[in-house]
Design a binder for this molecule. Structure first.
Ligand code: PRP
Length: 212
């Protein structure tokens, strides 16, 4: 189907909040995604299929046009940086903050500091903007462990309730960005499949408004 619309969804917590929005916009997976190991799902709309992938891969799929649209955390979009995507809608779900954090009451070293994070591009940009000299250490999870084990002086991570920081003797320091999930669209698809994509954006916009 030439006019088929592929939507890349972020699996995990974001997916749980995305599915009700999609349903309110009239799109429902043909089977229970949580009970399946599949990566591509048909929906009740004959022209819409869903991909369920890692959040960090959503900007890549949409940028390359392997998906026409996607649902991505703003953190992933900031980290992807260069991705030239159209971002028409804040879905107002999975809200949290991207912050720096460090051990409670511990001052940062005077000279060069070590920052552990999975958001290396965001951390580099943060340091460049503030003239901070830093070594960035790439981790894939459990960033809060790094300062405890003296692998790093500071972390850049997502903070929601703050429980993970507190449980590990850490405190939030600087707010880098407020985060929520966004609808993103491939620019070429936006032109080629304009009518259908505009329709989907509008349905989702109404679903977001109704959920407020
Ligand atoms: C995220 C984040 C923090 C935690 C913040 O981790 O990296 O560790 O949630 O939430 P809180 O402020 O409510 O405690 P997640 O569970 O998504 O795992 P990962 O990032 O290590 O994959």
């Amino acid at each position: 189907m030439d006019q088929e619309i592929i939507i890349a969804l972020t699996k995990g917590r974001i997916l749980k909040e995305t599915l009700p929005l999609l349903a309110a916009a009239g799109i429902e997976p043909a089977e229970d995604i949580s009970q399946s190991r599949k990566l591509i799902f048909e929906t009740n709309q004959p022209d819409v299929r869903l991909l369920v992938i890692r959040g960090s891969d959503v900007p890549t799929y949409v940028q390359h046009g392997a998906a026409d649209m996607g649902v991505s955390g703003k953190d992933m979009l900031l980290e992807a940086g260069g991705a030239d995507l159209y971002e028409p809608l804040d879905l107002n779900i999975s809200k949290c903050r991207l912050m720096t954090a460090a051990m409670v009451d511990r001052a940062l070293p005077k000279g060069r500091i070590r920052i552990a994070t999975k958001f290396t591009n965001i951390a580099k940009q943060y340091c460049a903007q503030r003239g901070i000299q830093a070594d960035i250490i790439k981790l894939y999870g459990a960033m809060e462990l790094a300062p405890i084990m003296d692998l790093a002086d500071m972390i850049v991570d997502i903070v929601d309730t703050g429980n993970t920081l507190r449980a590990n003797g850490m405190e939030p320091r600087d707010l880098i960005a407020d985060i929520s999930s966004r609808l993103v669209v491939n620019r070429a698809a936006m032109k080629r499949k304009n009518q259908r994509i505009k329709q989907l954006i509008e349905s989702l916009r109404q679903a977001v408004e109704a959920a407020k």
